[in-house]
Design a protein around this ligand. Sequence first.
Ligand code: HEC
Length: 214
Amino acid sequence: MASFQKIVAMFFAGSVALAMGSAPAMAGMGTAKPNPHNPCGAMAKNPCTAKGKIDAKRLTRPAGTHLMKGRHRVLVKEGRRLWHDKSLSTNGLSCNSCHHNHAAFRATFAKPYPHYVAMPHQQAGMKKVSLDEMIQFCMVSPMAAKPLPWNSRKLAALTAYTETVQKSFKPPVGGMKGKNPCHPGAMEKMHNPCHPKMVNPCAPKAANPCAPKH
Ligand code: HEC
């Protein structure tokens, strides 16, 4: 469990670094000895350094195609199962590994789709994503897998279930928790890239974007 939490924490440390453009505390992280348990450690497969490396075409719904239709309640049920299914990824993670209890979502998740999301913008240059495209992004980047077939029942089911997750997502009052990865309540301890045990992009150093302004 501990090493798994580290994986997730490392992922966040990486995505925070990307979100900030450059984070001095992250410098040299890519040259550290690759940790086989860390999806962000092996450079070739590192979802945290994949900036601009994902072809947006793989994540963009092909014109004229649609989500598979089905009975909504059944799709939601199937989607909930897939949400916990580690076999969808190649790195032992499920959607729930990162998104349990709304973890990892930022304020954009509260907006109706399509909308801007930071990571697909940074890693694939996409200005906006629909919900199914966002799911495909998480399949390819954090889950290190292939996109699901666009007309598949799996994608329709995951989309239906994620819609229900979105409905219960409330961006925190004032937007602090959702926007600020350094806010004390932002994430649970081990999911928190600012936790002292993690590679800490928020450490009080020169040019620290998270340091309190005087
Ligand atoms: C290794 C961690 C990780 C895994 C596994 C993961 N995600 Fe994500 N996901 C993230 C992060 C980090 C973000 C925040 C991206 C941002 O705001 O730029 C995110 C954001 C999202 C969003 C919200 C984007 C928005 O509108 O703001 C959705 C929806 C989503 N993920 C769905 C999924 C689904 C479905 C799966 C499983 C197929 C999955 N994720 C697996 C890390 C992960």
